[in-house]
Design a protein around this ligand. Structure first.
Ligand code: AMP
Length: 260
């Protein structure tokens, strides 16, 4: 499927670092019909890649709550501004557990302006509990915006574990590799920087299994919540990223032409 690329030159400073950090967004076209989507699915379902592919297709800003937590230690002055709550959240993340709702909701509320982004958005990794889903509904209502759809990516657990445990990234340039699907030219070494690749702490085997268990524990309630609101779209995501993207685009088109 060929799609017009929409380059909105977005950075995500306001999302990653909070409202005081402005996004460096140059003049950009107004999107007539901004998409507002939520991605659900276990870790390794491909939500991040899909969010990037949807950004290319629709200009939607990808908003990942995991990215906020991962960016916290790299923020200028991180040592001073890391509160005990944030340190506890980062510990929970390292163990693969969910961060408490209160902190996640505070982090998202601080960034509520991103939910009004002119380009629309794709929320990746939020909401993860019914409490978060209810709070998001209120936040969107207060901003006078509505979700278009909640996309649930469906992938078998063994596929998820193989995908996630093989991920490696370069600590210098951030390039992403996979031991099986995207290996570097020389084992364990970044093609670009020639430094040793590392594994994200939350990609380790025990952490992945804990994340899958946490996802499955909460998923039933969230899926029911969005099913009741007729927003849920289930999409198979056990193939390639482009296949998943096309399934999503087809499903969204089908929703547009066949309203409930
Ligand atoms: P992700 O990048 O979405 O897989 O998130 C990585 C980790 O960040 C998760 O395993 C959780 O520890 C934490 N996290 C991210 N988003 C949330 C959320 N909405 N609620 C609770 N914990 C979260």
């Amino acid at each position: 499927m060929s799609l017009p690329a929409v380059n909105l030159d977005q950075d995500h400073s306001a999302w990653l670092y909070g409202p005081e950090a402005l996004c460096r967004v140059g003049p950009r076209p107004q999107v007539n019909d901004p998409r507002r989507l939520v991605l659900l699915g276990p870790p390794g379902a491909g939500k991040g890649t899909l969010a990037a592919n949807l950004q290319e297709a629709f200009g939607t800003c990808p908003l990942s709550t995991g990215d906020i937590l991962r960016a916290a230690p790299t923020q200028p002055g991180a040592a001073q501004i890391q509160t005990p709550a944030m340190r506890a959240a980062l510990d929970a993340m390292r163990r693969g557990e969910l961060v408490p709702d209160k902190l996640m909701l505070d982090l998202v509320r601080e960034r509520i302006g991103c939910l009004r982004c002119r380009g629309g958005f794709v929320l990746d990794g939020f909401p993860r509990t019914r409490t978060q889903a209810e709070a998001l509904e209120e936040m969107l209502h207060a901003q006078d915006v509505q979700l278009d759809a909640v996309i649930c990516l469906e992938v078998p657990t063994e596929v998820v574990v193989e995908r996630v445990s093989g991920r490696r990234n370069c600590p210098v340039c951030g390039a992403l590799y996979h031991l099986k699907f995207r290996p570097p030219r020389h084992r364990g070494i970044c093609d670009l920087c020639q430094v040793g690749l590392v594994q994200r702490e939350d990609d380790r085997d025990e952490a992945i299994r804990a994340q899958i268990a946490a996802y499955e524990h909460a998923a039933g309630e969230i899926l029911a919540f969005y099913e009741e609101r007729r927003l849920l779209v289930r999409v198979r995501a056990d193939g390639t990223p482009l296949e998943a993207r096309d399934h999503v685009l087809d499903a969204l088109t089908a929703r547009t032409v066949r309203p409930f």
